[in-house]
Design a protein around this ligand. Structure first.
Ligand SMILES: C[S@@+](CC[C@H](N)C(=O)[O-])C[C@H]1O[C@@H](n2cnc3c(N)ncnc32)[C@H](O)[C@@H]1O
Length: 333
C-alpha cells in the first residue's frame, strides 16, 4: 500500500490552529469579565474567589476548562498558568477591549491606507496601568531616583488614568506630580480618585495634547514650567514621533517646554520584527500589527538611543519588562 500524501502540510510547530483562534477569543472575553469582577486582583493576593451567580459560575467553569483556575471545595484558586494570566491581564484588556473598535473597522475599509485608531480610552488606560503594575520593581527604581533627588515636579506626558503617577506619588512623598492626557473623560475620572488617596494636594491632572506643535498647548499656561525636573512618558512617544517628525523632535519640544528638566523616564515598545507570528515574543506581533493598521510607526531600540544621545541624554538605567517593553531612565550628560 502506498502512503497517502496529506493535501495540507502538517501544522508546523508554532503555527496557530483554528482552535487557538476561536478558543483564544473566548478565553480573552472571560479573562476581562473576571477582571471587571475583581477576581484576578483577589486571586493574586493568594485568596480564593467564589461565584455568586449562575453567570459567574459559567465563567469560572470556562476558566477552569482553560486551565487558569482550579476548584477548592466551592471556591476557586489560581493555577500556575492562571497566575501568569492574572499578572498579564492588562495586555488582554488592551487587545480584547481597547483595540477592538479599530480592528472591527478593517471590514468596511479595505481601501484605506490606514485606519485611524478608534480605541476604548478607559479600557486602554486601565489595561496600560495594569501592564505597568506587573513590575513593581520598575516603579520602585523610578521612585527611588526621584525621591533621592532634591524635590521637584515630575510630569507624566500621556498619563491615562494616572496609574503610574499614583504609584510614584506613594514612593516619592516630597515630589509634586503633573499628569497630562488628551482624553478628558479619563482625566476627570482619575482626578476624582485623587482625594480619597490623600494626594490631591500634590498631584494635578490636566486634559490636553502633549504633542509639541508650533503653538504651545493651552494647558501649559496653567503650569509652572520651570518647576518641572523630571519628564516621563510611557507608551506614547512612538505615536507622537510617528505623527510628528521623529523621536528627537518630540523630546526637544518637551525640553523647550520644561527648561529645567534633568531626568527623563521613557517607557515604550520597541520594534522587533520577525516574518512569522510565533517567532516573536507574545504581544509583540499584536502590537506591531495594530500599529501597522493605524499607520503609527514603531521604532527600534537603536532609534530611541540615537535620539537620546543626539539631545545630550545619557542612559542611567534600562529596565526590560516584556522583551519589547523597555523603560529607560536618562540624565543630562
Ligand atoms: C498606550 S496609552 C499609555 C498610557 C500610560 N502612559 C501608560 O503607559 O500606562 C497612550 C495614552 O496616551 C494618550 N494620548 C494619545 N495621544 C495623546 C496626545 N497627543 N497628547 C496627550 N495624550 C495622548 C492616550 O489617551 C492614552 O492614555
Amino acid at each position: 500500500m502506498t502512503a497517502v500524501t496529506p493535501l495540507v502540510a502538517p501544522n508546523a510547530v508554532g503555527d496557530f490552529t483554528i482552535r487557538d483562534v476561536i478558543e483564544g477569543q473566548t478565553a480573552g472575553q472571560l479573562i476581562v469579565a473576571a477582571d471587571d469582577w475583581g477576581w484576578w486582583a483577589t486571586l493574586l493576593t493568594g485568596d480564593t474567589v467564589a461565584p455568586t451567580t449562575g453567570i459567574q459560575q459559567t465563567v469560572a467553569d470556562g476558566l477552569i476548562r482553560a486551565g487558569f483556575l482550579h476548584r477548592r471545595g466551592r471556591r476557586y484558586e489560581l493555577t500556575h498558568t492562571g497566575h501568569d494570566v492574572a499578572k498579564n491581564r492588562g495586555f488582554v484588556r488592551v487587545a480584547v477591549r481597547g483595540w477592538e473598535p479599530t480592528f472591527r473597522q478593517l471590514s468596511d475599509n479595505p481601501h484605506l491606507p490606514h485606519i485611524p485608531a478608534a480605541t476604548e480610552p478607559g479600557e486602554v488606560a486601565r489595561g496600560c496601568s495594569d501592564i505597568g503594575r506587573r513590575r513593581p520593581e520598575i516603579f520602585e527604581t523610578i521612585g527611588r531616583a526621584i525621591d533621592d533627588d532634591t524635590p521637584g515636579c515630575t510630569v507624566d506626558l500621556g498619563c491615562a488614568d494616572a496609574g503610574r503617577v499614583k504609584a510614584l506619588a506613594a514612593l516619592a512623598p516630597r515630589e509634586r506630580f503633573l499628569g497630562v492626557d488628551i482624553e478628558a473623560g479619563v482625566i476627570a475620572d482619575a482626578t476624582a480618585e485623587l482625594t480619597p488617596l490623600g494626594i490631591a494636594d500634590r498631584v494635578t491632572l490636566l486634559a490636553g495634547s502633549v504633542q509639541p506643535e508650533p503653538q504651545p498647548p493651552a494647558w501649559l499656561e496653567a503650569v509652572d514650567r520651570n518647576a518641572v525636573t523630571t519628564a516621563m512618558s510611557f507608551f506614547l512617544l512612538h505615536q507622537l514621533a510617528s505623527d510628528g517628525a521623529g523621536i528627537a523632535t518630540v523630546l526637544s519640544g518637551w525640553m523647550d517646554w520644561f527648561p529645567n528638566v534633568r531626568r527623563l523616564v521613557i517607557g515604550d515598545g520597541y520594534l522587533l520584527e520577525a516574518p512569522h507570528w510565533t517567532q516573536q515574543p507574545w504581544f509583540s506581533p499584536t502590537y506591531e500589527i495594530y500599529h501597522s493598521i493605524t499607520g503609527v510607526r514603531l521604532w527600534t531600540r537603536q532609534e530611541y538611543e540615537d535620539a537620546f544621545a543626539a539631545l545630550g541624554w545619557s542612559v542611567t538605567r534600562r529596565m526590560e519588562d516584556h522583551t519589547m517593553l523597555v523603560t529607560t531612565i536618562l540624565e543630562r550628560g
